[in-house]
Ligand binder design. Structure first.
Ligand code: 5SP
Length: 239
């Protein structure tokens, strides 16, 4: 049973590719076209070389939508943002393992205490086994986000090697191992996903799919959202 997962398909358009000047109507459009979650890329210009949105934007958007706001914190000090994101109405709070080696237990607990769903993300060069303790903890993360591009920018090329994390001369376990180990875990992939790359990710076991340029750049974004969902569901049936 390779990729059979109890975890439901979640298609999450990355709002980084939306028209920020019309964020509320872009969010409404994505939900109307079938999005399950809205993926919010939070970048601090330090952990990644780009600066995007913060809690005030989440707070403003929350006034216009009930949608699940899947916040990916590409920041050096995630603990500094928990309270503000909780108050702002974030639904999920995903931090990076690379910056939370010592304090992840407290961080997960504080995220839950603020009413958000905790997740952990890894950059392409980080071994997947680094997050096993967080998934198996007494208060665990509920989602693992495997980056399939270097974080920082939309529109990059999907890295299929992240399914098994085969990096020149190194081998780390990737999405496929994560799925075998944790059949019902939410496993998210982010970067370069679209109709031409989804089958690779879905058959490895990813069930939460972030897609920016392939959705917002499409003539028919609803059709792309539906194609992504079909691929995840077909892989789960095949197992
Ligand atoms: O987190 C990031 C980039 O760091 C992503 O969420 C991108 O925004 C995805 O965009 P596409 O690769 O789908 O265009």
């Amino acid at each position: 049973m390779a990729a059979a997962a109890a975890a439901a398909a979640k298609i999450a358009p990355s709002m980084l590719s939306s028209d920020f000047a019309n964020l509320a109507s872009e969010a409404e459009r994505m939900v109307r076209l079938g999005a399950d979650w809205l993926h919010m890329d939070v970048m601090d210009g330090h952990f990644v070389p780009n600066l995007t949105i913060g809690a005030p934007v989440i707070e403003s958007l929350r006034k216009h939508t009930k949608a699940y706001l899947d916040c990916h914190l590409m920041v050096t000090n995630p603990s500094d943002y928990v309270e503000a994101f909780g108050k702002a109405g974030a639904s999920g709070f995903t931090f990076h393992i690379e910056v939370t080696r010592d304090n992840w237990k407290e961080l997960i607990q504080s995220i839950k205490a603020k009413g958000m769903r905790p997740g952990v993300s890894l950059k392409p060069g980080t071994p997947v086994e680094d997050v096993f303790p967080l998934v198996e903890a007494e208060t665990p993360v509920e989602l693992v986000l495997v980056m399939t591009v270097e974080p920082g920018f939309g529109g990059q090329k999907f890295m299929p090697e992240m399914m098994d994390k085969v990096i020149p001369s190194k081998f780390f376990w990737g999405v496929r191992t994560l799925r075998k180990k944790y059949p019902s875990l939410d496993i998210e992939v982010d970067g370069g996903l679209g109709p031409s790359t989804i089958d690779v990710a879905a058959s490895a076991g990813a069930n939460c799919i972030v897609a920016g340029s392939s959705v917002f750049g499409a003539a028919d974004p609803g059709q792309v959202i539906s194609a992504l969902r079909k691929s995840v569901e077909a892989s789960q049936i095949k197992g």
